[in-house]
Write a protein that binds this ligand. Sequence first.
Ligand code: CAA
Length: 259
Amino acid sequence: MAYETLQVRTEAGQVGIVTLHRPKQLNALNDQLMDELGAALKAFDADDAIGCIVVTGSEKAFAAGADISAMAKYEFADVYGRDFISRNWEAIRSIRKPVIAAVSGFALGGGCELAMMCDFIIAAENAKFGQPEIKIGIIPGAGGTQRLPRAVGKSKAMDMVLTSRMMDAQEAERAGLVSRVVPLDKLMEETLGAALAICQMPRLAAMAAKESVNRAFEGALSDGVQFERRLFHAMFATADQKEGMDAFLAKRTPAFGHR
Ligand code: CAA
């Protein structure tokens, strides 16, 4: 499928890479881009050859937020009536394979929220994260008020959401928003290294691990632990559990069949 606002490719036949591509607008996220992103992510999710997906932007901007020129004229009836954001942004939450955000430059507003919807974030040294919506009379609308405090704690989240100040890559790593900070020219190399490592893992266990960690974010601890326990038990019904444990005990390399 051809996309106008994305560039899509694969690496080593196993990693799906989606590059946001509206360079003149710093990858501002409009409906077309979010529709295309949902379609591209779903296509990779359905492709048996793909074990991990990377979402990235340009050197200057991962994404500078939802497209303000598209939103400026919206009334309540437009956004509520057409279920703005929920209608297409939530597609990323249905992706079952691991999704890594490789962020350089600005990840602001919806751009920061999109990065946080991915499973983890690897940041280049020039990355800047922020939720500056308050400056344009709104609040974060794609989960920022929920995911940011879970990632960095209430105090920093309030600071960012209320003052609109940006967090640089080093602060983001200290605060737990990103998993690693790497030199800008190593961003894709490091991210692909992580993605390829995930691709070597048994596919069902990777999907179950992702689903279970996400439960920690979305519900009460006791529900999350119970959910995790059930998926943990279910792993014992897979061939890869037998293979993985047999290989460990036999001190040999496992040959996972993703079943
Ligand atoms: N929407 C639409 N266009 C945007 C945009 C956005 N979010 N961000 C940048 N652009 C456009 C600019 O209008 C500009 O276009 P023109 O060349 O046609 O004038 C172009 O991208 C380049 O931007 P700047 O000239 O502003 O570049 P800069 O380097 O001086 O500043 C910036 C970069 C600090 C990111 C600045 O562009 C900026 O503050 N952008 C807006 C950030 C923002 O408020 N994001 C939140 C949006 S609301 C939201 O996301 C809601 C939600 O939760 C879902």
